[in-house]
Design a protein around this ligand. Structure first.
Ligand SMILES: N[C@@H](CCC(=O)N[C@@H](CS)C(=O)NCC(=O)O)C(=O)O
Length: 223
């Protein structure tokens, strides 16, 4: 199996973590990268497989897929153990909604901040940070009776963990106001696949002279 991703790809990291959680052996191809939100030059395999010209792309024995969520679904169908969606149909539907909300409701607020780093006091930046804080409150409420967002550890946790790492990088991290969520962050962040993928990403940032979120700085000390 071959996974095409980028050194700072939030969506690629989702796929990478899931593949490691499932104990899969795969080659990880890092595509050329120039800035956070636009990679040039495009890798020819990415252009061939993905009309959206983005990573991640997964190639497995004739199956060629793009989009991290589609990759999650394929991984679960092809490698059901260990499961990363809840077994119960209703719980599974809720987990899928959470995963989608993380990518398509929360993360777009973070993307707004990419272009506003020079002016975090501006009205659009303040509004995006407030939207992130409201989302954190929503996730905090879910954790009142469980350790993970959808019950058992799932793709929903992987997606939101990665999205929130980028939110923190861009000035909209969670705070002590959401203590259960901070404990969730520590719980997810302690998993070996998460440490491996996020640790590599943080080292890439540090080696390029870019800031590393405070809560992830201990990962830089690992050999
Ligand atoms: N919905 C897609 C989003 C993929 C995406 O936005 N990929 C980014 C990297 S995180 C990308 O390739 N950006 C580079 C570009 O568009 O040039 C997914 O879940 O995979």
């Amino acid at each position: 199996m071959k996974l095409y991703t980028g050194p700072l790809s939030m969506f690629g990291a989702k796929a990478q973590i899931a593949m490691l959680e499932k104990g899969l052996a795969f080659d990880c191809v890092m595509v050329p990268f120039d800035r956070d939100d636009n990679y040039e030059p495009k890798h020819p395999e990415v252009l061939r497989v993905n009309p959206k010209r983005q990573v991640p792309v997964l190639i497995d024995d004739g199956i060629e897929l793009f989009d991290s969520t589609q990759i999650f679904e394929y991984l679960e169908d092809r490698f059901p153990t260990p499961p990363l969606w809840p077994a119960d149909v209703a719980d599974r539907a809720k987990a899928r909604q959470l995963e989608l909300k993380s990518d398509e409701v929360f993360f777009p607020q973070v993307v707004k901040l990419f272009g506003l780093q020079h002016d975090m006091q501006s009205a659009p930046a303040v509004a995006a940070c407030a939207a992130c804080a409201r989302f954190y409150d929503e996730m905090e409420a879910l954790l009142v009776d469980r350790d993970y967002l959808a019950g058992p550890y799932s793709f929903a946790d992987i997606a939101f963990y990665m999205a929130h790492v980028f939110a923190d990088r861009k000035g909209a991290g969670m705070t002590e106001a959401t203590q259960r969520l901070v404990a969730w962050r520590d719980r997810v962040g302690a998993r070996a696949p998460v440490r491996q993928v996020v640790g590599t990403m943080m080292k890439f940032l540090a080696n390029n002279g870019r800031p590393v979120p405070v809560f992830l700085q201990p990962l830089l000390l690992r050999t």
